[in-house]
Every structure is written in structure tokens, then in C-alpha cells.
Write a protein that binds this ligand. Structure first.
Ligand code: CA2
Length: 152
């Protein structure tokens, strides 16, 4: 693993999360993805980590980024958005890498439609944080920090 990877957390966001803060505030709140990125970067840096924060609307790009994380990041926070509920490719990519993945969802998917109750990510994730809004990303950083400290 290269030196750059030693302190880097990769935070990956899936389709439509770029719309946060512009509509559906009753479900997702008013925070924007840029604000979540800034909060994550600030919180991670207090713990000695850097953050590489990304969003894509494309399933294959998420798969590419997950594969790229081997050797370039020490932990991953993944909100695969709707692909959580549909993507065997993302399941396989998470299963294939050694880097621990924490699955995060802003909304409580279990209080929503049935099709959101199944995740293809959860069974291969190191942990899952659901329904706590943007705070879930911060909690995931703390969880990874604690896991990584215990590993070393
Ligand atoms: O609660 C979450 O974080 C979700 O991953 C968000 C996904 C949804 O498909 C998952 O079931 C749960 C949707 C992200 C779309 O975000 C929007 C934000 C504002 C306006 C419209 C969509």
C-alpha cells in the first residue's frame, strides 16, 4: 500500500445524491452534498484522516472507484443510493476488496417503501448506519477510525 493510502478515507455517493438540499427536504433534510463533504473533511482531519469525497450517477463508476480503493484508501463510506437495492455488481465489488466499507443511508430505508428494505451491500459491509441523516457520515468516520486504530 502506498504512503498516500495510509490516512485516506474514500466517501462514495451514488445516484441523485447531488440533488440533496434542492428538493425532497422532508425525506433528506436541507443539507447539501457539498456541506456533507465539508463536515466530513473537518471531522476526519480532527482524527488525522484525509477524505476523498465523490458522487456519481453511474453504477460502473462506483464499481471502478471501489476497486481503485485497494491500495489507495484505508476505509470506505458508501452511500450507493438506489443502487444499494439493485446492484449485484456493487455487492461483488465490496466483497472483493479488503478495505472495510461502512454503508450509510441518510433516510431510514425501513420506514419507506418495501423495495428499499433489501440492500445488496449490507451483508458484505463492515457495518451499516441508517436513518440518522448527515450525522451518519460522521458516525461512520468515527467507526472506521476506531476499527483502524484497533487493527494497528
Ligand atoms: O437515504 C439514503 O441515503 C438513500 O441511499 C438515498 C437514495 C435512496 O434511493 C435510498 O433508498 C436511500 C436516493 C438519493 C436521492 O437523493 C435525493 C436527494 C434530493 C432530492 C432527490 C433525491
Amino acid at each position: 500500500m502506498g504512503n498516500d493510502a495510509v490516512n485516506k478515507l474514500l466517501i462514495l455517493n451514488g445516484p441523485n445524491l447531488n440533488l440533496l438540499g434542492t428538493r425532497e427536504p422532508e425525506t433528506y433534510g436541507t443539507i447539501t452534498l457539498d456541506e456533507i463533504e465539508n463536515d466530513c473533511a473537518a471531522h476526519a482531519s480532527e482524527q488525522g484522516f484525509t477524505v476523498d469525497f465523490r458522487q456519481t450517477n453511474t453504477e460502473g463508476t462506483l464499481v471502478d472507484w471501489l476497486q481503485e480503493a485497494s491500495g489507495t484508501a484505508i476505509g470506505i463510506i458508501l452511500n450507493a443510493a438506489a443502487y444499494t437495492h439493485t446492484s449485484i455488481a456493487i455487492h461483488d465489488a465490496v466483497a472483493a476488496i479488503e478495505v472495510p466499507v461502512i454503508e450509510v443511508h441518510l433516510s431510514n430505508v425501513f420506514a419507506r417503501e418495501d423495495f428499499r428494505h433489501h440492500s445488496f451491500v449490507s451483508d458484505v459491509a463492515a457495518g451499516v448506519i441508517i436513518g440518522l441523516g448527515a450525522q451518519g457520515y460522521i458516525l461512520a468516520i468515527d467507526a472506521l477510525a476506531s476499527m483502524l486504530r484497533n487493527q494497528s
